[in-house]
Design a protein around this ligand. Structure first.
Ligand SMILES: C[S@@+](CC[C@H](N)C(=O)[O-])C[C@H]1O[C@@H](n2cnc3c(N)ncnc32)[C@H](O)[C@@H]1O
Length: 285
C-alpha cells in the first residue's frame, strides 16, 4: 500500500480483490474478518465506519494478517478461532479446524443422549474438543471423556473446555482410541478418514496447514474407523451406540466392515447439508 489515505472500504476492496485473484473461496468474508480482527472490532463495526480513513498504525496491523492469508494460511488459524455449533473454539495448527459437516454428527448425537438422565459419552480424536465440549454444554447430565493421541491438541481442547465452563465434566485422556477398562453409553468420533493417496489432492490450505494426524486415515482412509469399531467393543454393553463421521463414499464400506467383523449393527446413515452420506450410526448387539 502507498502513503495515500485508505479508508476501511478501500482496504476491504483491495484485500478482497487480492484474495479472489489467488483463488481464495470466500475473499470478501475473509477480508472483513481479518481487517476487523486487526482493528479490534467486529464485522458490523466495519460497516458502521466504512468511509473512515485508516491510521498508518492500523494499516500496519492489517498488512501481516492479509499477507498470511495470501500465503494460504486458513483464516481460522489467523483469527485463532472458529465457530462451531454456535460456540467459539480456539484453534491452533495443532488441531483440525472444526467443520460444518461435524455439526451433522452433533445433531444426531444429541438425539441419542437424554436431556434428563446421566449418560457416559466418549469422543475419540477430540482435536479442539469441538464434539466433547458441545455435548457437555448441551447435555448437562452427561459425563464426557475425550481422547486424542496429540498432547498439543488436548491442551487446546482443555482450554476450550475451560472457556465454555464444562471442564469439570470432561476427562481428557492421551490414549490410542479408548483406554481399557472403561464403559460408555454413546461413542462419537470424527476420526482421520482421508485415503493416503488423496492427501495430495486436498486444498493446499488443508494439506499444508492442518495436522496430518487429523487427516491421514491410511491406505483406504478407513484404518482408524475400523480400529475404532474393534477397540470400542469391550468398552460398551449391548444397546450402546456409536456415531462416526466418514468421508464421501465410505459409509457402505464401514457398514460392511461392522456387520462382518464386529458386534456393531447398523442403525442409520445420515446425510450432511450437501446431501453426502456423512455419519454412520451403529448399535452394539
Ligand atoms: C479429524 S480430527 C477431528 C478433531 C475434532 N474431533 C473435530 O471434529 O473437529 C481427528 C483427531 O483424531 C486424533 N487421532 C488420530 N488417531 C488417533 C488415535 N488412534 N487415537 C486417538 N486420537 C487419534 C488426531 O490427533 C485428531 O485430533
Amino acid at each position: 500500500m502507498s502513503l495515500r489515505t485508505w479508508t476501511i472500504r478501500e482496504v476491504l476492496e483491495w484485500a478482497t480483490e487480492d484474495f479472489a485473484r489467488r483463488g481464495i473461496e470466500s475473499p470478501r468474508l475473509d477480508a472483513e474478518l481479518l481487517v476487523a480482527k486487526a482493528l479490534g472490532i467486529d464485522r458490523v463495526g466495519l460497516y458502521l465506519d466504512l468511509n473512515r480513513p485508516l491510521l498508518e498504525q492500523e494499516r500496519g496491523l492489517i498488512r501481516p494478517l492479509v499477507a498470511r492469508r495470501r500465503e494460504g494460511e486458513p483464516v481460522a488459524y489467523i483469527l485463532g478461532y472458529r465457530e462451531f455449533y454456535a460456540r467459539r473454539f480456539c484453534v491452533t495448527p495443532d488441531v483440525l479446524i472444526p467443520r460444518p459437516d461435524t455439526e451433522t454428527l452433533i445433531d444426531h448425537a444429541l438425539a441419542c443422549i437424554p436431556v434428563d438422565a446421566p449418560c457416559r459419552v466418549l469422543d475419540v480424536g477430540t482435536g479442539s474438543g469441538a464434539i466433547a465440549i458441545t455435548i457437555a454444554a448441551e447435555r448437562p447430565l452427561a459425563t464426557v471423556t475425550a481422547t486424542d493421541l496429540s498432547e498439543a491438541a488436548l491442551k487446546v481442547a482443555r482450554g476450550n473446555a475451560e472457556t465454555h465452563e464444562v471442564a469439570a465434566r470432561i476427562r481428557f485422556e492421551r490414549v490410542d482410541l479408548v483406554a481399557s477398562g472403561e464403559q460408555y453409553d454413546v461413542i462419537l468420533s470424527n476420526p482421520p478418514y482421508v485415503a493416503r493417496s488423496d492427501i495430495e489432492t486436498l486444498q493446499t490450505e488443508v494439506r499444508d496447514h492442518e495436522p496430518i494426524a487429523a487427516l491421514d486415515g491410511g491406505e483406504d482412509g478407513l484404518d482408524v474407523v475400523k480400529a475404532l469399531l474393534t477397540a470400542t467393543e469391550p468398552a460398551t454393553a449391548p444397546g450402546a451406540q456409536i456415531l462416526i463421521e466418514v468421508g464421501q463414499g465410505q459409509a457402505q464400506s464401514v457398514l460392511d466392515f461392522a456387520i462382518e467383523e464386529t458386534s456393531w449393527e447398523p442403525v442409520a446413515v445420515y446425510k450432511d447439508l450437501n446431501r453426502v452420506d456423512r455419519v454412520v450410526h451403529l448399535r452394539r448387539i
